[in-house]
Design a protein around this ligand. Sequence first.
Ligand SMILES: [Zn+2]
Length: 72
Amino acid sequence: MAEVKDPVCAMAVDSHKAAGRSVYQGEAYYFCSDNCKQAFDDQPARYVRTGVRSGAAAGLRTNAGAGRKVSI
Ligand SMILES: [Zn+2]
């Protein structure tokens, strides 16, 4: 069992019980529902912020956000 985060709604999802799964840029993402998967598939870049420095725009604190990692 691996708990991952649904990138759309930020809910914790068990990867084995996820309603949907998508691979984007080599990473697998899991979703709590088909709606979340469809939203992700529609605009994956909106939910995945790899290498994008939009901290100021998104109101994210770089250091604070990096602290939480899910160990699989
Ligand atoms: Zn979801």
